[in-house]
Design a protein around this ligand. Structure first.
Ligand SMILES: *Cc1c(COP(=O)(O)O)cnc(C)c1O
Length: 361
């Protein structure tokens, strides 16, 4: 039999990428994925179970009309400005499929920061796009001059900025955001607000003021990661273009139903979850700040970005041994070799983490 070499048909970029696999080990305390702690009330859980009834043999609503209405209502925009996806990950993929007209014979370029959410790069590379990552400054804020140089040099089609940023937890300075958006007037600038419910202020005003800005949000970080529902708020022309790119029936019927219910009926419950997390975040921050060997960075998200005097991989391994999973960024080297990210969990989880950390240090 003749051999078949799959490599001759695969995209060359796949060679540089690894599949996204979270740590599947057994840990008593998992604080690695920025999920909300399980503090939803029993009553809310019961109501959700009761709502999980759909026409099993039917496809879901292809236009996700009710869910888009609920999102629009929550965000104060019209439903024609809302695109829903299987998590904001799918919306990112749709943007990277639609908004990438090649520049001459060159593949389109995507501009983002580093460190930031890895899916911007991954999703762009699997589509053969060029990616430019401009390092954040020493305070993990936007380097406006660096971003402007990249915009001038590469004319990106798309700019992704997470604010609050993952993994650093800070919001980008409003004036810097504004300057980058103005410099990137030929690009769609996506402000990823995955963590906005934990921040002191949102950035929807940027969308209202700038025709090239779109906002990304998700239910994943506030208690409904299981549903895989995220959305984009953008100009109707952009939403219409992305609508051609997304798969039909992308958001399943149960997810549409329960996400709509969560947005319409569980607003107070979700606010209680974020309020609880913000309280624990404050406590965790104070306790970390009092420890020698670690330096927490102020956070507007549901996790804390921690500088460790010892290499982060050693601290991470010590935590793992004690049953606590955090996220280390040591593989990326440089200034990230001493950075850990830990999700704010339940009070008990946070105590377990602090106890383990004290032992490790
Ligand atoms: C977690 C995360 C997302 C992904 O959210 P999903 O809706 O679960 O796909 C998007 N952006 C940032 C910055 C995140 O941290």
């Amino acid at each position: 039999m003749q051999g078949f070499d799959l490599g001759t048909v695969l995209r060359p970029e796949l060679g540089e990428l690894a599949a996204y696999v979270p740590d599947l080990g057994e840990y008593a305390v998992r604080l690695d994925a920025n999920e909300a702690p399980p503090v939803l009330s029993a009553a809310a859980r019961e109501r959700l179970a009761h709502e999980a009834v759909v026409a099993w043999e039917r496809y879901p609503d292809p236009t996700a009309r009710e869910l888009r209405r609920a999102v629009a209502c929550r965000c104060g925009v019209g439903p024609e400005s809302v695109l829903v996806g299987v998590g904001s990950d799918e919306v990112i993929a749709a943007l990277l499929t639609a908004c990438v007209r090649p520049r001459g014979r060159q593949a389109a370029t995507v501009l983002t920061t580093t460190p930031t959410f890895v899916m911007y790069r991954m999703s762009a590379r699997v589509r053969g796009l060029e990616v430019i990552e401009v390092p954040l400054d020493a305070a993990w804020d936007l380097d406006v001059a660096g971003m402007m140089r990249a915009i001038e040099f590469a004319s990106p089609n798309l700019v992704f900025i997470a604010s609050p940023n993952n993994p650093t937890g800070n919001r980008m300075s409003p004036d810097r955001l504004e300057r980058v958006i103005e410099a990137a007037s030929g690009a769609v600038v996506v402000i990823d607000e995955a963590y906005i419910d934990y921040a002191s202020q949102d950035q929807l005003g940027l969308y209202h003021r700038h025709p090239n800005v779109a906002i990304l949000r998700t239910l994943s970080k506030t208690g409904f990661a299981s549903l895989r529902v995220g959305w984009l708020i953008g100009r109707p022309e952009l939403v219409a273009a992305l609508d051609k790119v997304r798969l039909p029936y992308n958001v399943n019927a149960i997810a549409q139903r329960l996400a709509t219910f969560a947005l319409d009926e569980l607003g107070a419950e979700m606010a209680a979850v974020t309020h609880f997390v913000c309280g624990e975040r404050g406590r965790l921050f104070t306790e970390l700040a009092a420890l020698d060997g670690v330096e927490p960075w102020p956070s507007e998200a549901n996790f804390i970005w921690i500088r460790t005097t010892r290499p982060a991989n050693e601290v991470h391994a010590g935590l793992c041994t004690r049953g606590v999973l955090a996220r280390s960024f040591h593989q990326r080297g440089g200034r990230l070799a001493h950075q850990l990210r830990v999700t704010v969990g339940t009070a008990r989880e946070n105590d377990t983490f602090l106890r383990a950390l004290r032992e490790v240090l």
